[in-house]
Design a protein around this ligand. Sequence first.
Ligand code: ZN
Length: 362
Amino acid sequence: MSNIGKWLLLGLLGASVSSYATDDEQSMFVSDGPYIKKQEGELTVECVINSQAKRYQGLSFIARMQIDNCGYPVTLSNIDFIEKTTLTFNTKQRIVATSDFHGQYAIMKRLLQRNGVIDSGNNWALGKGHFVITGDIFDRGDKVTEILWFIYQLEQQAKAAGGYVHLLLGNHEVMVLNGDLRYLHPKYLDVARILDSPFELLFDKNTVLGDWLRSKPVLVKINNMLFAHGGFHPELVEKQLTLASINTSFKKNLIKRELPESRSELGEFLHKKKGPVWYRGLLKDNGATSAEIDLLLKHFDVKHLVIGHTSQKEVLTKHQGRVIAIDSSIKRGQYGEVLIVDGDKKWRGTLDGKQLPLENHE
Ligand code: ZN
């Protein structure tokens, strides 16, 4: 028997286990998980297998513990996370960036394999390079949990190789964590019902993935590029905000129900239309002017703003390359691209692994 099998068996023997059937006439079975709660040093692992809840309680965390028969196979390397406050990196290594996976696990894997982020066994292949995901893993598609655990594990592999995975928060992470479930794939409503929990509490702060997501920043600067999900509004310059102050205020005001009082004025501003996860004015008409984009670049001391959120057919640039749009509509489940950066050279990496020049669209 594998270690994993033994571990789960121990879990079964040493802890209370419950499993119950659903009570409706659904034609399709649902499977999902694991969702892992941590409380006073003990773990509870829950998943849904063929529309039945499975629960393993009273487990002690051991580094590199494997959970491989409760949903997506996971090697649990870490369960407590320190908030990421390093927001600036300099590297001579390759940088690959993409965005807006929206539950499209198959396209994501293929895209990352063909562009050398992972190998054919789905393991980190970018060496000391940096891989940036500018948010929106959640919503629309039905393989969100798979992507979250995949990135959780990829991050550990990258770290071991001297590389980095930078996962930034998008508006859909913020929505789901706040219980705004309007864009959830219906599968996850079933999962929440079967696990008898409001969906957002499956990502509560006492859960492994919930804690992990809460540790993620809303922006990162690598070399001369500044990344965020939505964009940077010119008012950020007027307000003389630094990258650290934007990130800190955004994060301090992340989840309304967890705040002692309502969001601060700046927190509210950063979580609305002009904030980094919602702003679209760098790509839409009648948005930021050329002069305002120059002001932003100067203020944050970068040459490019790299953003997702506003879907394009491919990775492309606007404003003569000053803005790079990396949401290539992966959400449709048919196609996707990555941005590849080597020194001053930039390409778009296609789904079949071609490296093509970036086109500027006005
Ligand atoms: Zn978005």
